[in-house]
Design a protein around this ligand. Structure first.
Ligand SMILES: [Zn+2]
Ligand SMILES: [Zn+2]
Length: 115
């Protein structure tokens, strides 16, 4: 077998791993299966500071993103985060798998802060 031979199946699975990130949640320990888009835990909603623009993965910080509030508008939740690493605040759209209870409590936390 020549050394440059590569099994096409193996190649495909390597590419797949590049875009999909599985991670263990820093806050609650849930094992999260990434789908290439997921960057936060669906149980407690903690995330990781990896994006400057959503999905670009170009932030060098990699600090833990604490959910500090949420807003509900036209059928979608936006979760507001504060990064424990650099203090940067940002908002990201919630994913379909995210816990509705946690989202609802974040919305009321957001309201309390405004008052
Ligand atoms: Zn979690
Ligand atoms: Zn950060």
């Amino acid at each position: 077998m020549p050394p440059q031979h590569q099994d096409p199946t193996e190649q495909a699975s390597r590419r797949f791993k590049k875009t999909v990130e599985d991670f263990v949640c820093y806050n609650c320990g849930t094992k999260v299966s990434g789908n290439g888009y997921t960057d936060h835990c669906p149980v407690c909603l903690w995330g990781k500071h990896v994006d400057i623009m959503p999905g670009d993965r170009s932030a060098g910080c990699h600090g833990h993103m604490r959910p500090i509030g949420a807003a509900y508008k036209s059928g979608t939740y936006t979760i507001y985060y504060e990064c424990e690493g650099c203090g940067r605040r940002s908002g990201f759209k919630a994913a379909g798998a995210d816990g509705a209870d946690v989202l609802a409590s974040l919305v009321s936390a957001q309201h309390r802060r405004k008052i």
